[in-house]
Design a protein around this ligand. Structure first.
Ligand SMILES: C[S@@+](CC[C@H](N)C(=O)[O-])C[C@H]1O[C@@H](n2cnc3c(N)ncnc32)[C@H](O)[C@@H]1O
Length: 259
């Protein structure tokens, strides 16, 4: 179950300040995006509220944006309309994507913003990565970001209350994260996110949702990328850093390595 039904309405309070606009979202992947040929085909397969997809479309790229949450896809459509850019959107879970999109045609597939841990366990993650790999053309790249789960699990279950109000569209909110870390890596973990908006006269409107996560080690991710026929080109993994970026390229036509 992907989640992000209720949260799709308030997701801007969760997005970091530096990634709020389409231009800022694209800038975070600047060199990778600059290397794309004009008119390249790009897929954002966990598009969320659409900042990255809309930013990429603004550069003249052919962008497909998908997400398992219909609410997130709707928000991406709204953002694309507001910026007057064309983005083809589709509500779909990762493993379904090859049934809906042309395989082996994308120059770049993004699965960013800490999304992959929502794939259900080792087999779900492998199926998701295999689908992303199938969509890439030869020489195409998968761009993936992840939290450093080695650190998250090391910190154990906890409640993290952001110590500053987050202001979006003239409204302030407090954002609370409740991490529930299971005993073993392979068990389902939970992350509750609550966005409490402060209204006039002291009113508080809270929207919260429980998300399921299946964490993975960096090493495991690299080995799964290899299993689906991708060669890791870059990884910024540092066990002491909060998150990392991995870029993997499809060098050969796949054969028999998908689950
Ligand atoms: C943490 S959000 C990140 C969204 C966006 N990439 C960003 O950076 O703001 C994770 C996203 O992954 C999507 N997601 C979760 N499970 C999914 C699945 N199985 N298939 C496709 N998308 C999924 C969620 O709906 C959500 O939009």
């Amino acid at each position: 179950m992907a989640g992000y039904g209720a949260l799709s309405d308030v997701y801007e309070w969760v997005i970091p300040d530096g990634m709020l606009t389409p231009a800022d979202s694209v800038a975070a992947f600047g060199d990778l995006v600059k290397a794309l040929p004009p008119g390249a085909r790009v897929l954002d397969c966990a598009c969320g509220t659409g900042q990255l997809a809309v930013g990429l479309a603004g550069l003249g790229l052919h962008v497909v944006a998908t997400d398992a949450s219909a609410g997130m896809v709707r928000r991406t459509d709204q953002l694309a309309a507001a910026h007057r850019v064309s983005v083809r959107t589709l509500p779909a879970s990762w493993e379904e994507l090859p049934d809906h999109l042309e395989v082996a045609t994308f120059d770049m597939v993004f699965c960013v913003g800490n999304s992959l841990h929502h794939a259900e366990g080792t087999s779900g993650r492998l199926a998701a990565l295999a689908a992303m790999a199938r969509l890439l053309g030869r020489g195409g790249r998968l761009v993936l970001t992840s939290r450093t789960w080695e650190l998250v699990r090391g910190n154990g279950s906890r409640i993290d209350v952001r110590d500053q109000l987050v202001r979006r569209g003239g409204r302030d909110a407090v954002v609370v994260y409740h991490w529930q870390i299971a005993e073993r890596w392979d068990q389902q973990h939970h992350l509750d996110i609550a966005v409490a908006q402060l209204g006039a006269h002291g009113s508080v409107t809270t929207c919260s949702e429980r998300l399921s996560c299946w964490p993975f080690r960096h090493e495991e991710l690299l080995s799964q990328l290899q299993r689906v026929g991708l060669t890791v080109e870059t990884t910024t993994f540092d066990p002491a850093a909060e998150g990392y970026l991995v870029v993997a390229v499809k060098e050969h036509v796949q054969g028999g390595c998908a689950p």
